[in-house]
Design a binder for this molecule. Structure first.
Ligand code: ACO
Length: 436
């Protein structure tokens, strides 16, 4: 599909397409698109053989790629098959709590060439895309961000958070709980099938989890490296089995090298289908001979490991990070899909800078089920809730009381804030270990 965009310097052609192959090689448009993405994220120029492999995985994901093309390039300027802006979307599921999975519109690979920045290219693409996704019946959009300052204006709010941690695994490492089940070293390649199976059990169990694109199984099994489609020979993996000998978790990891002291293992992926498996995977990591430190950037904020160590000071939080940013497209559907722990009701005006879902809505929760009615635009409201704040509230990753104290709900009474706080509270903090 092709549309045009009037830039202040030229007419840009915007194309939407699926990544494609020409024989065994990527077609010119696909290769150009990958080149632009690599440039945008300061990566090295991609190898065509790698792009051919990525193209197949993108097909499995049903990704839609966007490119904005300059058809009047000047001499010396990059090949016009390389877009000046890129963007991509796909649909996967979000666990909204209570084991409910909701189709969600995922946005990724957003880049605008340095020479074309701040002329509204991103604004144009994301506005068109979100409106189109809403028209298609998708109720939620999501992305992960490179900078926290970009996407709030488009209605996205940070919704899940992780901790980057370092665990001291010298003599002080130990866990309070007795060991359960057993661990085995795994041939990483075996994870290509096992990893998605175990991830799906994690995904249904953990609110905030996003389903994974095809590349995950290839990377965590070492079939692909982090930055190419060549085998990752440094990757190691281990699997945990429950008392009945059934696999219930895996970890894949890499040694940081003898030149790095203290000797460190970097966890690439750690997926536990059960709570018990989570601690057991850490017990295994803590038992690795010669290793002194384990690094993992994706621990949950409420981390059982921090409370499971016999010496909790061996657990060091290096940074806190937001992972998933959510953008509500259809408040009725999303609020009726998630579960609730407290009954109550509240009428809010959702303010939406892109005018996709702004309006007055009444949420009524009874016996844990939410019902949402859209009211007339002049109906009395208890609070005005910006749509990005609603994205942050949705999974319970931040309390309404905290957002109110930060000035998100101007004019809301304390009683309203208490009600919002109670309505949006969840019993489990959301946790997302998928980047896309
Ligand atoms: C989901 C993902 O892929 S996250 C990755 C995002 N990409 C990157 O970080 C790669 C490097 N950066 C870029 O390629 C570009 O700078 C982009 C994509 C972030 C922005 O593209 P642009 O076309 O310059 O944005 P555009 O001109 O449409 O700006 C839209 C608005 O966002 C603001 N904005 C854009 N980028 C930034 C930024 N980095 N920080 C703060 N504000 C920003 C603009 O000021 C503008 O604000 P306004 O319309 O409210 O006045």
């Amino acid at each position: 599909m092709t549309t045009h965009m009037q830039d202040n310097r030229q007419d840009l052609r915007i194309e939407r397409f699926a990544a494609g192959l020409d024989g065994d090689a990527p077609d010119a448009r696909t290769l150009g698109w990958f080149e632009a993405v690599s440039f945008g994220f300061y990566d090295k120029k991609p190898d065509p053989a790698d792009v051919a492999a990525y193209t197949k995985a993108y097909g499995a994901d049903r990704r839609v790629l966007w490119g904005a093309y300059d058809d009047s390039p000047r001499p010396g300027v990059w090949d016009n098959q390389v877009p000046v802006a890129t963007y991509a979307t796909m649909v996967n599921t979000l666990n909204v709590g209570g084991g409910r999975l909701m189709d969600t519109h995922l946005i990724t690979a957003v880049t605008v060439r340095a020479t074309h920045r701040r002329r509204g290219l991103l604004r144009r693409m994301i506005t068109d895309d979100l409106k189109h996704a809403a028209d298609q019946g998708l109720a939620m959009a999501a992305l992960t961000v490179s900078e926290a300052t970009i996407y709030g204006r488009f209605g996205f709010g940070a919704a899940t958070f992780t901790r980057e941690v370092e665990i001291d695994v010298r003599e002080r490492f130990g866990l309070r709980a007795p060991a359960t089940g057993s661990m085995e070293l795994a041939e990483p390649a075996s994870l290509q099938e096992l990893a998605p199976e175990l991830f799906n059990r994690f995904h249904i169990r953990v609110p905030g989890s996003i389903g994974r694109q095809a590349s995950y199984a290839l990377r965590v099994s070492g079939r692909w490296s982090q930055d190419s489609a060549a085998e990752d020979k440094a990757l190691r993996a281990a699997v945990h089995y429950d008392g009945d000998g059934r696999p219930d978790g895996y970890v894949s990891y890499r040694f940081a090298g003898w030149e790095n002291k203290p000797y460190t293992v970097k966890v690439i992926d750690l997926v536990a289908a059960s709570q018990a498996a989570y601690l057991e995977l850490w017990r295994y990591l803590g038992s690795l001979d010669l290793m002194e430190r384990i690094q993992f950037p994706l621990c949950p904020e409420q981390d059982p490991l921090a409370w499971g160590l016999t010496d909790s000071r061996g657990y060091e939080v290096k940074a806190g990070e937001d992972v998933l940013w959510l953008r509500v497209l259809d408040p009725v559907t999303v609020l009726q899909t998630r579960p609730y722990v407290h009954d109550g009701a509240c009428t809010v005006r959702i303010s939406d800078p892109l005018d996709i879902c702004g309006g007055v809505y009444r949420l009524t929760v009874q016996d844990g089920r939410g019902t949402v009615d859209r009211l007339a635009s002049d109906a009395d409201v208890d609070a005005v809730v910006p749509v990005d704040s609603l994205g942050s509230l949705f999974l319970g990753g931040v309390r309404a009381r905290t957002l109110a104290a930060a000035g998100h709900f101007s004019g809301a009474s304390e009683e309203t804030v208490d009600r919002l706080d109670s309505l949006f509270a969840t019993d489990t903090a959301p946790y997302c270990i998928t980047h896309f």
